[in-house]
Design a protein around this ligand. Structure first.
Ligand SMILES: C[S@@+](CC[C@H](N)C(=O)[O-])C[C@H]1O[C@@H](n2cnc3c(N)ncnc32)[C@H](O)[C@@H]1O
Length: 289
């Protein structure tokens, strides 16, 4: 298990130990790459091809994947687009290391970085993309402005966010049952997540000055092989759900597990089941002038 620690570079004398600052919450909950793969990365991989088709990315184009995580989108694009060059950026060093391990060619590169302050120069890419990320970025308007800045005029900026309120069933069930047991969990319910409702990403894209803005819903099936396949990823401390489970007492955690098992299997024998996961995606063009 890798925990991200940011060191504050201190202009202090040699006798004084460097101060450490905690990573921001949106980085801390995305620090465990293996856990993330089971929790969400596997579903991102299913969403990535449909997202790439909606974004209209073509072979040979230069693509930026902001908040690449463990590389679900960047590595899908590497395989789909044999002549493209792809850069994945994420603030989590553990995720970046995991993603880099998955690269199959020199055409994909991964860098630790912040979507709110990209290091690339203006017009460096044909497409800037962000899969399931924008809602986790504190200053999301700044991140979209940065994606627009590094994309050439006429290029495309796009993103997807899960429909946490209703259409992302696996997380909605989790939080509904968590809140039924613990009313104090209500403010953590991912149904409150910003930019996760119809029209919100599209409005942000229009506000950012992008042209020909389109929004669509993409839906994937999440097929779980058993109840444990659903529940165990929440025990890894990853994402808002995992962070909440890690904060629970053993008794509360067991009570939540029991409620979810009942909800998903209805008291029957353990068996595979499928839930729907919907994401909202927006795309827009960088104006030519
Ligand atoms: C739900 S994960 C999605 C990861 C990946 N795109 C995927 O679909 O699997 C959210 C990601 O946003 C990243 N993130 C958080 N704050 C960020 C920021 N300021 N800039 C870029 N990425 C950020 C996290 O480190 C994490 O990898």
């Amino acid at each position: 298990m890798t925990v991200v620690t940011l060191f504050v570079a201190a202009a202090l004398g040699p006798a004084i130990a460097p101060r450490q600052s905690a990573p921001p919450p949106e980085v801390k909950m995305f620090a465990i790459s293996e856990g993330y793969e089971r929790y969400m990365g596997r579903w991102s991989r299913l969403l990535a091809p449909g997202y790439a088709a909606f974004a209209g990315v073509r072979d040979g184009q230069r693509v930026l994947d902001v908040g690449t995580g463990t590389g679900a989108l960047a590595l899908t694009l590497e395989a789909m687009l044999p002549r493209s060059r792809i850069v994945g950026v994420d603030p989590s060093p553990a995720f970046i290391a995991h993603a880099a391990h998955g690269a199959r060619s020199g055409r994909v590169r991964f860098e630790v970085g912040d979507g709110q302050a990209l290091t690339a120069g203006p017009a460096s890419f044909d497409h800037a993309m962000a899969l399931l990320v924008i809602n986790f970025i504190p200053d999301h308007a700044k991140a979209v402005a940065e994606m627009k800045r590094v994309t050439r005029p006429g290029g495309v900026v796009s993103a997807c966010v899960w429909d946490y309120g209703a259409g992302m069933e696996s997380l909605r069930l989790f939080w509904d049952e968590a809140v039924a047991l613990d009313a104090a969990a209500a403010d953590k319910h991912e149904g409150n997540m910003k930019l996760a409702r119809r029209g919100e990403l599209g409005a942000l894209w229009a506000q950012a000055g992008l042209r020909d803005v389109r929004e669509t819903a993409l839906v994937i099936d999440q097929t779980f092989s058993s109840f444990a396949d659903y529940w165990a990823p929440f025990l890894g401390g990853v994402g808002p759900g995992g962070a909440y489970v890690a904060s629970m007492s053993d008794g509360s955690r067991h009570a939540l597990e029991t409620r979810l098992r009942q909800r998903l299997l209805g008291g029957g024998a353990d068996a595979p089941f499928t839930l729907k996961a919907k994401a909202w995606c927006a795309r827009g063009r960088v104006p030519k002038r």
